[in-house]
Design a protein around this ligand. Structure first.
Ligand code: MIC
Ligand code: SF4
Length: 645
């Protein structure tokens, strides 16, 4: 009998195209499904359109409109029409605005156990709840795969997370996710996939697993994955897709690179305080009077989540000092809540119900006042995440959120113990795919004209990598810089997402208002960063905009995976200090020189000279042979174009 395998090894081995399955070794795998959305998807569409293939290489690719669904200006509706016509022209699926958040819809309508999904959104791991290997990436990576390239990564290590026992009333899957954040922290998962096991899984529904898989990215891990078991079969049955079920579990005796155990019986309601999801404390020990509460997002927008919140709200009114907003994850969820009378409970309690979309999670609507405290069931509480720089976001479970909305202060939902009931995962669902437009036939596609609104700027061109880099340090940042720090998302910026010249002016504005102008003035520059540079969202504008402003390298203590991939795709060198103490020797504005860049890329060994200060430091580049080729050519777009010719 062959060696016992864990779930990750099982799926990777059936998809492996190149490389050896040893932790850290470069591999490439075949991809079964792709997803993108209305922020990152515009660039995906532009890359696909630039190459104009006859068919998409991956036939199950869905373009979702979920982030900016309100369309308060035509920039947003132009972007939606662009995505729709790109999907029509090239044979993708298109999910209309209001149909729901991509990760919810992926789980409900597309995700399949044993398959691989790559999505240009960092919370793509949500589909790991169904035993799918679902990984978030940059848009250019998704476009590359749609155009026929493999998905490249370093073979992950596998961290087994054993969930034992069962949750007590008032404690929920979100508290498990927050406990994982407390234990693993925002960079402890780097290089790993989290694989869930333990007898506690028998008690966790697919919706609860979605919450946990969703937040696995906040540890820096590639993704999180659950076994595909009877719960998955029942979920797929409710979605009228039982024929897509296959069972997948780890073999007896399978090996893991790290193991962590959580005793579910001991857990209690938790809260992540500003401004990192790993700043976790007990709800009952945290004092806070919020101005608003939001229940929803791709982490906690399920039927079960909202029904549990309604259980707390039943018979109560929202505090006069608090605004409560509920955003169901998809129309299917909203419809089922309505059919079961739960929407009425929410309305009677005084909740506002918004469209099935990302909304407040990313500062689109419900932006708090300056300095306001907000309680949310979403996954990120980075500075500025709620749409204003100085608001404070606290992340909790739906039950804690509901209890807080009623009491007007952060409240442990166990205070409502006498009215909590067990909410089971629904056995059926009101399936309706009328808002997902399926691919057109090849014949019908021929007449489709891609609509490109005036807000979508052309793709910026850049030449091959310079062989001698002479540049200046345009920014020095601390540790844990997020892509929300690099490209802030708020109601002002979000509609210009696809307009590179306009957006470039917002780069790093929360940290340093002068950055964009300084980088432009230098012409060529490098950014110096701390540890886990670029964590958080997959937005590749966090690489593209610096490139547009002339940034040629980021020299950091370490990088978050998706952002590093994005930097390479845009031809920016992601260099790591060999000696971290050198970070303190560098000053803003300093001139730097790198000679013989091609040789340095090849060897991975860089010497960076500071001619004015008179010292040299060493940096390393860890990249696969193909990544090195992309860097030499000045990025993936040049590579794709060269392949087409
Ligand atoms: C997020 O949660 O930060 C986003 C918005 O969904 C991003 C994608 C984006 O910036 O377009 C993500 O998670 O990747
Ligand atoms: Fe949308 Fe928020 Fe989920 Fe990102 S984290 S996909 S913004 S709901």
């Amino acid at each position: 009998m062959s060696n016992p395998q864990n779930i990750v090894q099982k799926i990777i081995s059936t998809h492996l195209l190149k490389g050896e399955m040893k932790m850290g070794h470069p591999i490439s795998v075949k991809v079964d499904q792709l997803l993108t959305q209305d922020l990152t998807g515009i660039l995906v569409g532009q890359y696909i359109d630039a190459v104009a293939p006859e068919d998409l290489y991956v036939s199950k690719m869905c373009f979702y409109c979920d982030h900016k669904v309100i369309c308060s200006s035509s920039e947003d509706s132009d972007d939606h029409l662009y995505l729709r016509t790109i999907a029509e022209k090239y044979g993708g699926y298109y999910s209309k605005p209001g149909n729901g958040i991509c990760h919810f819809l992926s789980c409900q309508r597309f995700a399949a156990p044993g398959q691989i999904l790559i999505g240009s959104d960092s919370h793509t791991p949500t589909s790991g709840a169904l035993g799918m290997l679902a990984i978030g990436s940059g848009g250019l990576t998704v476009a590359e795969i749609a155009l026929g390239m493999d998905f490249r990564m370093n073979m992950p290590g596998v961290m087994k997370i054993e969930l034992n026992g069962s949750l007590q009333p008032g404690v929920s899957a979100k508290d498990i996710a927050l406990e994982i954040m407390r234990l693993v922290r925002t960079d402890g998962g780097r290089g790993y996939i989290l694989e869930f096991a333990g007898d506690g899984l028998e008690t966790l529904s697919v919706s609860e697993r979605q919450t946990i898989a969703n937040m696995s990215i906040e540890t820096g891990a590639f993704t999180g994955i659950f076994p595909s078991d009877d719960k998955v079969r029942k979920f797929l049955r409710a979605q009228e897709r039982e024929d897509e079920f296959i069972e997948i579990s780890a073999d007896e005796g399978a090996e893991y690179d790290r193991v962590l155990s959580i005793d579910l019986d001991q857990l209690e309601p938790l809260v992540a305080r500003p401004s990192m999801p790993d700043n976790v404390a007990k709800v009952r020990e945290t004092e806070l009077e919020p101005c608003s509460v939001f229940i929803g997002s791709c982490t906690n927008g399920s039927y079960k989540d909202i029904a549990e919140a309604a259980d707390v709200l039943r018979g109560h009114k929202v505090s006069p000092h608090v605004d409560l907003t509920v955003g169901p994850g998809s129309r299917q969820v909203l419809q089922q809540l309505t059919e079961d009378g739960i929407t009425e409970v929410l309305l009677r309690a005084g909740a506002r119900i918004i469209e099935c979309s990302c909304g407040p999670c990313i500062g689109i609507g419900q932006v708090p006042p300056h300095g306001g405290n907000v309680v949310r069931t979403s996954n990120r509480n980075f500075p500025g995440r709620a749409g204003v720089q100085d608001a404070n976001t606290y992340l909790v479970s739906p039950m804690t959120a509901a209890a807080t909305a009623v009491c007007g202060r952060l409240t442990d939902p166990r205070e409502f113990a006498d009215q909590l009931t067990f909410i089971p995962e629904p056995e059926t669902a009101p399936v309706d795919d009328s808002a997902i437009i399926p691919p057109l036939t090849r014949e019908d596609r021929k007449s489709v004209k891609v609509f490109q609104g005036p807000n979508i700027s052309d793709l910026p061109e850049r030449g091959p990598m310079r062989q001698v880099i002479d540049a200046n340090v345009s920014l020095i940042t601390g540790d844990g810089i997020t892509t929300d720090d690099i490209v802030p998302s708020n109601p002002d910026t979000i509609k210009f997402n696809a307009n590179i010249p306009v957006m470039s002016g917002y780069t790093f504005t929360y940290l340093d208002r002068e950055f964009a102008q300084r980088a432009k003035d230098f012409g060529h520059s490098v950014i110096v960063g701390g540890a886990n540079y670029g964590q958080g969202s997959s937005r590749e504008s966090a690489a593209l905009l610096p490139m547009f402003l002339g940034v040629e390298a980021v020299l950091a203590k370490s990088f978050a995976r998706i952002h590093k991939e994005n930097l390479i795709n845009y031809g920016i060198l992601p260099l790591e200090f060999v000696n971290e103490e050198d970070y303190d020797r560098i000053s803003l504005g300093s001139a730097i020189e790198i000679q013989a860049v091609a040789e340095a890329i090849e060897s991975g060994d860089f010497e960076i000279r500071f001619p004015v200060e008179g010292f040299t430091i060493r940096a390393r580049l860890e990249a696969s042979p193909l990544d090195k080729e992309l860097l030499m050519l000045g990025g993936a777009l040049n590579y794709l174009k060269a392949r087409k010719e």
